[in-house]
Design a binder for this molecule. Structure first.
Ligand SMILES: Nc1nc2c(ncn2[C@@H]2O[C@H](COP(=O)(O)OP(=O)(O)O)[C@@H](O)[C@H]2O)c(=O)[nH]1
Ligand SMILES: [Mg+2]
Length: 245
């Protein structure tokens, strides 16, 4: 079953070399995966750097598609959705952050878990659960903020979710297409709206505890983006209501 794996990139030329080649080598080994970098509004200089890196890697890795380079900045969600709109007949759409915070071995494990479903029917959301047997390394302040946000999402929207924001998610393409037209949030909270829309449309979603290694150089601003993301949760609740009461 083919899969489209989007790597959203905003000014990532300095970080992506530590992740994308290793990712592509593993995706080539698995086969049936198209890796699509989506870059939006990073500026001419940055886009030129990225294009040069990618054209070298495209000669090495068959899975790596021609990147989608967009002039306007769409936000992380907007970039992921712009990529997923090119899924064609793929059975799965997926995304992974460009910085390698989700190790390649974990991406590979989730791809194989998805494929084990046969007919795609259940979305898989990676989840940063600090538990025995997993390695989750994050700065304490980000871990704490993440716990507060997850509690907000879960109470406001009536979803027993532990971590809606992890940067690795795999969704059956047909389930995504059912809800795609209704999605409005394009910033960092896009995954919360996606989760609500999938659940309300009857698609199962499973959280899979995965390893995570925080990589320096992230773009999320703890104050500005947290406020924005909390407002987005409020708007999702106002627009769509709770999933369960
Ligand atoms: N295309 C695109 N990607 C974005 C945008 N904002 C964030 N990203 C990507 O989203 C992923 C997660 O962002 P990151 O900066 O690592 O977040 P943090 O580690 O949580 O601070 C990375 O792959 C970013 O390049 C955006 O506006 N457009
Ligand atoms: Mg990151």
């Amino acid at each position: 079953m083919e899969m489209l794996l989007v790597v959203p990139c905003f000014r990532e030329s300095a970080r992506i070399g530590h992740f994308l080649p290793e990712l592509c080598a593993e995706m080539d080994r698995l086969g049936g995966i198209r890796v699509l970098v989506v870059e939006d509004g990073s500026g001419d200089e940055e886009q030129a750097k990225m294009t040069a890196l990618l054209s070298g890697w495209r000669r090495q890795y068959a899975c790596l598609a021609e990147p989608l380079l967009l002039a306007e900045n769409l936000g992380k969600g907007g970039a992921v959705y712009a990529g997923w709109a090119q899924a064609g007949e793929a059975g799965w759409v997926a995304f992974v952050d460009a910085d390698g915070a989700s190790p390649v071995a974990e991406v590979s494990r989730l791809v194989q878990l998805a494929r084990a479903q046969g007919q795609p029917h259940r979305a898989l959301f990676a989840s940063r659960v600090k538990m025995l047997g997993r390695k989750v390394q994050r700065l304490l302040k980000r871990h704490l903020l993440g716990r507060i946000y997850a509690t907000l999402v879960s109470e406001m929207l009536g979803i027993p979710v532990y971590d809606s924001q992890c940067g690795l998610k795999l969704v059956p393409r047909a389930a995504f297409e059912k809800v795609a037209g209704s999605l409005q949030i394009m910033g960092f909270a896009f995954d919360v709206e996606l989760l609500v829309a999938l659940l309300k449309s009857g698609c199962e979603v499973e959280e899979v505890p995965t390893d995570w290694q925080e990589i320096p150089g992230g773009k999320v601003s703890l104050i500005h983006d947290s406020v924005r993301m909390a407002k987005d949760v409020w708007n999702i609740r106002a627009g769509r209501g709770k999933v369960t009461n």
